[in-house]
Design a protein around this ligand. Structure first.
Ligand code: TYD
Ligand code: MG
Length: 432
C-alpha cells in the first residue's frame, strides 16, 4: 500500500502526483495491515463479538472541567478543559506555543494537580530556562522530561499518574518499531494514537504541540487532526505581541471560537480588550482602508480592510482577494457600480486584503468593505470612523447578525464616528 505523506490518502500502486491533494512525489510504501482470520458468525472480524447496552443502563461518569488559569484559553476550549481531552496546538515557530502550554501546566500545578512537560526538541536546561521566565516560583506538582522515544515516554507515563501533560512536539517523537523518520506520516499517526488511547483510559488532559507548514496546516497528514478532540492554532494578528488562539475543531465546545492573548517578557497574558490593543496599529491616514467589526467565533473584533481599486489594463478587470470571499467582493463591487455609476468601478481592478491574517466569514463587515473600496476610488480617508453593517443588493445598509454586540465593541474604541444602518440608509451617502 502507498500512502500520501501530505494528505494521508492511500493507493494500491505508486503515483507521481496525489489525485487527492495534488502533491508531487509524496507517496511512500507502507506494509499492508496483516489480514486477520474471520471467526465471527457474520464472517467479519476476529471473533470477539459485540454486546449492545440498553441506553438507560449506561453508567456515565460526568467529565470534570478544569480551568487553565487563562480566561481566554478556557473560553476557546469551552468553559475550561474537560478531563481526557487531547488537544493539538499548532502555530508558526516562535509564536509562543511552548511558552503558553508551559504556563498552563504551571497553573494546573499551582491548583494542586500533577503535570508533566515532555520535550523532544529541547534539553531540560532549555525548558527550565523558559520556566524561570514565566514562573519564578516553581510549583511542586510540575515534572519535566526530555525524551524522544515513545516507548520510554509511555512507560514513564504509566509508572506515574498525571492529570495533564504537554508533548512538545509530536513531530520530534519516535516509535522504534516503525520505520520512517520522526515526523513522518506513520510515526505521527502512531504517536498520536498511542497517546490518545492512554489519555482516554486515564482521563488525562494531553496537549500535543505540532509544527505547522507555511500553508498553515499541521505538518503531516490531516489524519492526526481526526484522531484528537480539539485542534487549535496560535497565530499572530496585528501588532507584534498580539496572539489569537483559534479552534479548528472541538468535540467539547464551539468551533471557530477565539481567545486573545499577548506575549510579554514573562510569557503570555489574557488580553480581553484586544481591539483596543490592535486599533492603534490599524488606523491609517492613507486612503484605501476602512475599519470594521468582525465576529470571530462569538467575539466581536476590530479589523482593517485594505482595498486598491485601479484602472484596469485588461478587458476583464481583475479581482484579487485575501481574507474575504471573492464572491462577496464581486457582489459589493456590482452594488457600487449600480448605485454610484460615475465611479466606474466595473472597469477597474480590485484588490482587497484583510489585515493581520484574519478571515472574514460574516456579512457584518460588508459596509467596511464597501467603505475601503470607496476610499481607494475617491481618495477619502476614514481614519476616525468604524463601520458596522451588512449591505444588500439595493445598496441598503442592514444591521446583520450580532449588530448590538458589534456596535458596543465599536463604541469601546472611542472613534469619532461609527457608521452603520443607524447613520446611513444606503451606501450612496458614504460618498457625500
Ligand atoms: P516559544 O514558546 O518557544 O515558541 P514556539 O514554541 O511556538 O516555537 O517562544 C518563542 C519566542 O518567544 C522567543 O523568541 C522568545 C519569546 N519569549 C517571550 O517573548 N517571552 C517569554 O516569556 C518567553 C518564554 C519567550
Ligand atoms: Mg516550541
Amino acid at each position: 500500500m502507498f500512502v500520501c505523506g501530505s494528505c494521508g490518502s492511500t493507493q494500491t500502486k505508486w503515483l507521481g502526483k496525489c489525485p487527492q491533494c495534488d502533491a508531487w512525489g509524496s507517496f511512500t510504501e507502507v506494509p499492508d495491515l496483516p489480514k486477520k482470520s474471520a471467526k465471527n458468525k457474520s464472517g467479519f472480524g476476529t471473533g470477539a463479538g459485540a454486546v449492545f447496552v440498553q441506553a438507560g443502563a449506561v453508567e456515565r461518569k460526568p467529565l470534570q472541567r478544569f480551568s487553565t488559569g487563562f480566561a481566554e484559553v478556557d473560553r476557546v476550549f469551552g468553559k475550561g478543559i474537560a478531563e481526557g481531552t487531547v488537544a493539538l496546538v499548532g502555530g508558526d515557530p516562535g509564536i509562543g506555543k511552548s511558552t503558553l502550554l508551559l504556563q498552563v501546566l504551571v497553573n494546573f500545578a499551582k491548583a494542586g494537580k500533577t503535570v508533566a512537560y515532555i520535550s523532544g526538541e529541547e534539553s531540560l536546561d532549555q525548558v527550565s530556562e523558559r520556566l524561570e521566565r514565566v514562573s519564578p516560583a516553581i510549583p511542586e506538582g510540575l515534572f519535566l522530561l526530555s525524551e524522544q522515544d515513545l516507548g520510554n515516554i509511555m512507560d514513564g507515563l504509566i509508572a506515574q499518574e498525571f492529570d495533564a501533560i504537554v508533548i512538545d512536539s509530536i513531530h520530534s517523537l519516535q516509535h522504534q518499531e516503525l520505520d520512517g523518520q520522526s515526523g513522518g506520516i506513520s510515526q505521527l499517526k502512531a504517536v498520536t494514537t498511542a497517546v490518545t488511547h492512554w489519555a482516554k483510559q486515564t482521563r488525562t488532559i494531553v496537549f500535543l504541540i505540532a509544527q505547522v507548514t507555511k500553508e498553515g496546516y499541521v505538518a503531516g497528514p490531516k489524519t492526526v487532526e481526526h484522531i484528537v478532540d480539539v485542534v487549535l492554532y496560535l497565530e499572530q494578528v496585528g501588532s507584534e505581541n498580539a496572539r489569537m488562539l483559534r479552534t479548528i475543531k472541538n468535540r467539547y465546545g464551539d468551533t471557530g471560537e477565539v481567545g486573545f492573548l499577548s506575549m510579554g517578557i514573562q510569557g503570555m497574558q489574557d488580553k480581553a480588550d484586544f481591539s483596543t490593543m490592535l486599533v492603534s496599529s490599524l488606523s491609517s491616514e492613507e486612503p484605501g482602508s476602512a475599519l470594521g467589526i468582525t465576529l470571530q467565533g462569538s467575539r466581536p473584533m476590530v479589523v482593517q480592510i485594505q482595498a486598491l481599486v485601479n484602472d484596469s489594463p485588461f478587458a476583464i478587470p481583475r479581482r484579487v482577494v485575501e481574507g474575504v470571499s471573492k464572491n462577496r467582493v464581486e457582489v459589493l463591487a456590482a452594488v457600487i457600480a449600480k448605485k454610484l455609476p460615475r465611479l466606474h468601478i466595473e472597469n477597474k481592478d480590485i484588490f482587497v486584503k484583510v489585515n493581520g491574517g484574519i478571515t472574514l466569514k460574516d456579512s457584518g463587515t460588508d459596509l467596511a468593505l464597501v467603505a475601503a473600496m470607496l476610499s481607494s476610488l475617491t481618495g477619502k480617508n476614514w481614519k476616525d470612523t468604524v463601520f458596522v453593517g451588512e449591505v444588500g443588493l439595493l445598496g441598503e445598509i442592514k444591521p446583520g447578525i450580532a449588530f448590538e454586540q458589534r456596535i458596543k465593541e465599536g463604541k469601546k474604541l472611542s472613534f469619532q464616528s461609527l457608521r452603520s444602518c443607524k447613520s446611513d440608509a444606503n451606501i450612496v451617502t458614504l460618498t457625500k
